[in-house]
Design a protein around this ligand. Structure first.
Ligand code: S3P
Length: 186
């Protein structure tokens, strides 16, 4: 059953989760359903730096990228409510985490390792997956990050198949969350 619109969303919806779970493709469609703007944090970082994520990692290293990521997300969280796809490592930063808690409804998009592997295989532009065995890297990141992703307000399984099916699950989780009345306009 599909969720009847409109849903009134008082805060930014921040999608968190590992590379390849579909944060961008789900986020874009979710924004459309909610009548909100969609913003991709990685694209914003690239625009601010005038360089691709790959170039930022190559020229300045991961620490510089994380620094830019923290600043860009802090700026985005000052904007009116929108749907924000964060990069997979963004929530590992404690200050980003604290800001998300304050200003956003966070949704952990979780997918099977096999699904993530098949999705990340489509492109080779993710610095963390360029060297070494992708499966091993993703398994390590799952171990490190899942306890942190699990702090998100909501968890939704991103499933194989048409993205609309996962969007529907997100809409249902969001509708249930909003119906609790815990989300008041800040
Ligand atoms: C990263 C994920 C990437 C991008 C960067 C680092 C990570 O974003 O921010 O390559 O640490 O998991 P996506 O999750 O959108 O691929």
């Amino acid at each position: 059953m599909s969720v009847s619109e409109p849903l009134h969303v008082p805060r930014t919806i921040a999608l968190v989760g590992l590379m390849g779970v579909g944060k961008t493709s789900i986020g874009r469609r979710l924004a459309q359903r909610l009548g909100l703007a969609f913003v991709d944090a990685d694209s914003e970082i690239e625009a601010a730096a005038g360089a691709s994520i790959e170039e930022i990692f190559e020229r300045h290293g991961e620490a510089a990228f994380r620094d830019g990521e923290r600043r860009v997300i802090a700026r985005l969280l000052e904007q009116p409510p929108h749907v924000l796809a964060t990069g997979g490592g963004a929530v590992m930063d404690p200050s980003t985490r604290a800001l998300l808690r304050l200003r956003a409804i966070s949704i952990w998009l979780r997918a099977d390792l096999e699904l993530m592997l098949s999705r990340v295989a489509r492109r080779n532009n993710r610095p963390l997956l360029k060297n070494g065995d992708r499966r091993a890297v993703l398994e390590r990141l799952m171990a490190e990050r899942y306890p942190v992703y699990a702090e998100a307000d909501l968890t939704v399984d991103s499933i194989d198949g048409p993205p609309e099916a996962t969007v529907e699950r997100v809409m249902a989780a969001l509708a249930a969350h909003l119906a609790t009345g815990k989300e008041t306009v800040p």
